[in-house]
Design a protein around this ligand. Structure first.
Ligand SMILES: [Zn+2]
Length: 277
């Protein structure tokens, strides 16, 4: 898969384009064949497709990609149907799933910024950057990206996993939380860990990052070591937390999440070290 992001199509653009058409949190896909596929249609959409929030996304394998919101679900061709974006991660290669996520993020942003938040005038797309501008007060409106930290904490070969009130009852995962204004990522991490499970951490190391476009997060993942304190869950967001060993993990999040990548990395480390306990 070769995707090149851009805000405007090239001059020699072809007539067949990939359409990322969303209705609420669902993507329209070709489902006439065995596996769902991206919708490939003429640049001039059939008249029964009514779209808003149209944005050029870039090119995928030399074909232009457009993302837009469908105004309704009526008159959809028989070989197409809607699939919830979050349910697509195990149906596609990861890079294609993230491209769909990118399209979704941009579409939601476009929908939410049709008007200037300062003066109420209709906004306009800028040409060279992914941003809008208010023609009246000149305010720039970039896509909102909300950074959040996510951290795997280790203590004597074990990993801290917690149960979150908003996730399925049997699922355990690592600690995460949104960055607040004025915070560094490290300060955010220390605060979230202290607030949610009551412990202190040290040796914070960057791990990786991952967009989470539902609708606009960027997860920045770290590892850290236990530094002190007893686990005390906040009882609001986190309702249970404990130290788990690599050979005795509870149910953890699915493969595509950075939480799972942290947990998998921990398991690999532990196995390569041959066990520390
Ligand atoms: Zn304005």
């Amino acid at each position: 898969m070769n995707f090149i992001p851009a805000t405007q199509p090239s001059a020699d653009s072809q007539s067949l384009v990939y359409w990322f058409l969303f209705y609420e949190e669902q993507l329209l896909m070709e489902t006439g064949t065995s596996d769902p596929r991206l919708v490939l249609l003429d640049k001039n959409l059939p008249v029964n497709f009514k779209v808003t929030s149209l944005q050029y996304l870039g090119s995928l394998d030399d074909k232009p990609c457009y993302t837009a919101l469908l105004s309704g679900t009526a008159n959809i061709p028989k070989n197409m149907s809607f699939i919830r974006v979050r349910d697509l991660y195990d149906k596609f290669p990861e890079d294609l799933f993230w491209l769909i996520g990118r399209a979704f993020h941009i579409t939601v942003w476009d929908r939410r910024t049709l008007y200037c938040g300062s003066c109420g005038a209709p906004t306009e797309n800028m040409t060279r950057v992914r941003a809008k501008v208010c023609p009246k007060c000149r305010q720039l409106i970039f896509p909102r990206i909300s950074p959040a930290i996510i951290v795997a904490i280790f203590r004597e070969g074990k990993i801290l996993l917690a149960r979150n009130r908003n996730l399925p009852a049997d699922l355990f995962t690592v600690i995460a939380g949104f960055v607040e204004p004025g915070e560094t990522l490290e300060e955010c991490l220390q605060r979230e860990v202290r607030e949610e499970v009551g412990i202190a951490v040290k040796n914070i190391r960057y791990f990786s990052s991952q967009p989470w476009p539902f609708p606009d997060s960027l997860m920045v993942a770290f590892t850290a070591e236990y530094a002190g304190g007893d686990i005390q869950v906040d009882g609001e967001e986190i309702i249970e937390a404990d130290w788990f060993s690599a050979d005795n993990l509870p149910k953890v999040p699915g493969k595509v999440s950075v939480a799972r990548k942290l947990i998998d990395w921990y398991q690999d480390q532990y196995r390569t070290c041959g066990g520390k306990e």
